[in-house]
Design a binder for this molecule. Sequence first.
Ligand SMILES: [Cu+2]
Length: 451
Amino acid sequence: MKVNRRKLLLGAGAGLGAAVMASDRRAQAHDGAAHSPPTRTSKVHTPDGWTLPYRLRDGVKEFHLVAEAIEHEFAPGSVAKCWGYNGTTPGPTIEAVEGDRVRILVTNRLGEPTSVHWHGLKLPSGMDGVGGLTQPHIPPGETFVYEFTLRQHGTHMYHPHSDEMTQMAMGMMGLFIIHPRDGEPEPIDRDYALLLHNWALHPGTFRPDPSIMQDFDIWTLNSKAFPATAPLVARTGERVRIRIGNLSMWNHPMHLHGVQFQVTGGDGGRWPKSQWRSEVTEIVGVGQMRDFEFVAVPGDWAFHCHMAHHTMGPMGHGIPNPIGADQSEVEARIRGFVPGFMAMGEHGMSEHQAHVDAGHMPGPKNTLAMMAGKGPFGNMEMGGMFTIIKVRDDIKPGDFEDPGWYRHPEGTVAYKVSSDPDFGQPIRRGKVSRSDSTPLLRPQRGHHNHH
Ligand SMILES: [Cu+2]
């Protein structure tokens, strides 16, 4: 029976059969019985996420997505009411194999209509999920069925095409990964998938603001902000792939330390080997996908967006640039009416974290520190779209547990040779500004600093 159905579907002259089957499928979609037990094909590891199990019904892989409101934690201290699929943002990763026929039920448990667009997939126009254009929007409470055959492989995505701005801003998105039928050109030992996103969760509020166009303040990998992002673990010598999709509203130059990776695929699926190229930073544009591959070398390697504001937690916008400004007088005056006020930023922003750590700055409720992340050598002063690739010699296959901090071989860590700012005979050109320099180099001055 399975064979017949498949033949009907794939056969050329299946007109009548297809019509009969269409009604058959509708009936099946409505009856919850006669399922095979859920199966999980998970070759890809979605850090901080998961792969959606499917049920095999008459040779079709059947997935069920539920669009719904959820509670989500970006990192400890920052919780929000978001929208997602099956309880999470991003929604679960859908994995299947080239040639599979998939049926995806979508139940709408939101308060407004939705639809799902299968971003990058080749499919019949009526399965493309554009509400109003290719199908009616799915009203609240209803379940629609999408069904198509996968005729490609690579890294793809899914997201709503109904009130898209709001629903994506609230977290509705997921990865759709199709494995090649005939294997990989280079065998992959660790296959990771990350979805880039941005959020406008104003400090002290609990719902992302969908009206924001540029002033996003939380930048995430799989909806987690560093230091809450899971590390990507690998064993020395393993071939690692990181698939990256971008459903945020900014382009992200993703930068990997320690190795040159090869870009092996993009929006159009996997690229022929002759088109692979070595990079250390690759822009993943809005709505794009890229596949990075490299052979793991031991260490703790930063992997992050290179837009410096995207590796930050929420910060106050529109503040004057304090770098180089002596704020001691102003600070004393403001303290007169705001006890505990602390001016900062004179020497750069890194003192910010030190103040937060010292308890000087409790900050507003429900937000993240602007710069966070503790490393074995102190504060990392990073947040947002940042994680760590942790490569060790003794990681077992299939082990994704955080192995802790890297133990550097002796003599391989940068070290101190002097505490004197005037140390050595550095070669300089131009004029050195004393006002922004380390305080030890400054002319001594009292509390009242008149010009
Ligand atoms: Cu970025």
